[in-house]
Design a protein around this ligand. Structure first.
Ligand code: NAP
Length: 330
């Protein structure tokens, strides 16, 4: 405690209290994953934060696909990708997009190809979990076949809402880079008022943009009105497009059609945030000379550390819940 009291000199009281609280949390939470066997395979800079948190919480962690990384991770062992590696695992942690359509796990820090095969899935204990951001059909089918629980973190509301923060910031960055006007005072449309749309619309509004919001449900129309946006029904989109500088689409279906694009002024820019292939007729936009950009994976691009923390926090909660069920934690 002596060190803490010394720190009090010139430090506001609340800062000291916060500091103590953080330390208590760190001490209490330090070993909460003791005994949990995790294999983490592949991924980008986001997984570095996940590795950091898992080792901090004392998980028995084996990492694969990080051999090009110079920084050593204390507390994590490096492994070779083989079915044998998975026989004792409580969880296999895969990157944001688990595998491609052939089972290849995306990697940034190795030249080696990591492929999740039938033999790997068969080797996993039946009580284990595969945890990823989102799964393609290949991974879903493999887990179904071997009756392994698959957890897709990006489907969770909390994760999607946290992720909407770096997504909106990344979309703003793209808007600034691709226009010659300020966001303040610009005429914007946000399509969809879900977890990403809400944050996007609110962020634009906070910067002083005039924000119209396209919705399909009456209750969302009312909510958008209450929040000070200018709501319209999606069926009215083409009519609303006349004097627009920026469209931010969050609806994962063809919505910014040729009919809509035909109404947009030449200066307009479309930023499509919906998952691939987006909801814009990109071919027609190009033909009309209107900028239309598909912007997938923004959290990992603009804020990998924050995005990694979001994944790591959620992952830890899930694993901690399991560990409690096993009776290893109070
Ligand atoms: P969400 O909460 O489910 O919101 C989707 C919105 O789209 C809802 O408002 C929904 O309306 C509306 N919608 C869906 N189908 C529609 C249709 N046929 N017509 C009209 N409206 C429709 O999803 P989210 O978490 O916001 O994510 C939205 C998209 O962004 C997803 O494709 C997601 O993968 C993607 N995403 C991209 C990034 C990135 O970096 N680019 C980051 C995060 C998420 P209702 O409420 O009426 O159903």
């Amino acid at each position: 405690m002596a060190r803490r009291e010394e720190n009090l000199v010139g430090t506001p009281r609340w800062a000291h209290a916060y500091d103590v609280l953080c330390e208590v949390c760190r001490e209490e939470g330090a070993a909460i994953l003791t005994g949990v066997q995790i294999v983490l395979a592949g991924g980008d800079a986001r997984q570095l934060e996940v590795i950091r948190q898992l080792t901090e919480k004392d998980a028995s962690l084996t990492i694969v696909g990080f051999d090009r990384l110079d920084t050593p991770f204390s507390g994590a062992a490096k492994g070779d990708w083989s079915p044998e590696l998975l026989t004792e695992a409580d969880a296999l942690v895969l990157p944001a997009v688990g595998t491609d359509d052939e089972g290849v796990i995306p990697t940034l820090f190795t030249d080696q190809e990591l492929k999740l095969t039938d033999a790997h899935a068969a080797a996993l204990p039946k009580a284990s979990k595969v945890i990823t951001g989102m799964a393609k059909p290949y991974l879903r089918k493999l887990c179904e076949k071997h009756r392994i629980e698959l957890i897709e973190l990006f489907e969770r509301d909390d994760v999607a809402i946290y992720n909407s923060i770096p997504t909106a910031e990344g979309a703003l960055m793209m808007a600034i880079q691709n226009t010659d006007i300020t966001i303040h005072g610009s005429n914007c449309i946000v399509l969809g008022l879900g977890r990403t749309g809400f944050t996007m619309a609110r962020t634009l509004q906070a910067l002083g943009a005039k924000v119209k919001v396209g919705v399909r449900r009456d209750e969302m129309f009312a909510r958008a009105f209450e929040m000070g946006f200018e709501p319209f029904h999606m069926s009215d989109l083409a009519r609303q497009a006349g004097n627009i500088d920026l469209i931010f689409n969050t609806i994962p279906t063809m919505i910014v059609t040729a009919q809509v694009i035909a109404q947009l002024p030449q200066r307009a820019c479309i930023i499509d945030l919906a998952s691939k292939p987006g909801g814009t007729d990109f071919r027609f936009a190009e033909k009309r000379g209107i900028k239309a950009l598909l912007a997938p994976g923004l959290p990992g691009i603009v804020a990998p550390k924050t995005a990694g923390r979001i994944i790591a926090n959620s992952l830890t909660q899930i694993l901690l819940g399991d560990n409690r069920l096993r009776g290893n934690q109070p």
